[in-house]
Design a protein around this ligand. Structure first.
Ligand code: MF3
Ligand code: CO
Ligand code: CO
Length: 250
């Protein structure tokens, strides 16, 4: 069942969304050669606490990190640890914050001295696909229009959509109805309503769509071994353009 939020609830989701975005941007700015993914997670945990929130990920189904940090062929759900960031890495940072009972979920992908044009194109297109999806998330529109817009952005330029993981409704819990796949025919699924809050999160690959979950039970890897990119915003459906709840400070 899709939960429609009241305007008071959307106000609360704005607060948790901003916190998540702040931490996302601060962690992204910290990504540099020699920094470990565990240091990024520790910093995130400290900042989430300072802002008055708590990590929505830590302990979720036993997840051990404050955030997810997914490097190169890691698509999503990378567990922070001793791995050092290196020049040429593609690093996705996914942050979830709970504040006042509501969750904001957001991700970005940063490149560390990447010169490979195909990889730069992947990261740029994944971000564009996120905004193409958001542009379709209007009251009255069918949900799969969001999915279709993302798929078009990716496949029109020869990139591949990860199919096993999807965006989702979000609110008091991280994963609510509806699922928001990053592919699909337009004009299907429920009609969006003002007050529906969803996390839209394209994950795009180069060369092939296939992924596998690593033996740790979390880390999702591209089967090709090639890099993947991931961008995510939590948005509130409105009459007209959706409101991005996970906007940064500037
Ligand atoms: N943030 C992820 C998502 O976008 C979910 C992370 S679950 C965790 O849906 F347990 F790995 F944190
Ligand atoms: Co996320
Ligand atoms: Co999400």
């Amino acid at each position: 069942m899709i939960i429609v939020k009241t305007s008071e609830e959307v106000v609360k989701m704005r607060a948790s969304g901003r916190m998540a975005a702040t931490v996302r941007d601060e962690v992204a700015a910290m990504v540099a050669p020699g920094v470990t993914t565990g240091e990024l997670s520790d910093f995130a945990g400290k900042r989430i606490k300072e802002l008055g929130g708590e990590s929505a990920f830590l302990g979720y189904r036993g997840y051990p990190g404050q955030i997810c940090v997914s490097v190169n062929d890691e698509v999503v759900h990378g567990i922070p640890g001793p791995r050092e960031i290196e020049i040429g890495d593609v690093v996705s940072i996914d942050v979830g914050v709970r504040f006042d009972g509501y969750i904001g979920d957001t991700a970005t992908t940063v490149m560390v001295g990447v010169t490979d044009r195909e990889v730069i194109h992947l990261v740029k297109t994944t971000e564009e696909a996120l905004y193409a999806g958001i542009a379709e998330a209007c009251a009255g529109a069918r949900l799969s229009n969001v999915s279709h817009a993302i798929q078009r952005k990716a496949e029109d330029v020869g990139l591949f959509v990860v199919r096993e993981f999807v965006g989702h409704g979000i609110g008091k819990t991280m994963h609510e109805d509806p699922q928001v796949p990053n592919f699909g025919k337009p004009g299907k699924g429920p009609r969006l309503k003002k007050g529906v809050t969803i996390a839209i999160e394209p994950m795009l690959n180069i060369g092939a769509a296939g992924v596998d979950v690593q033996a740790d039970g979390w880390t999702v890897l591209t089967r090709s071994g090639r890099p993947s990119a991931h961008f995510e915003h939590t948005v509130a459906v409105c009459d007209g353009r959706a409101e991005i709840l996970t906007v940064g400070q500037k």
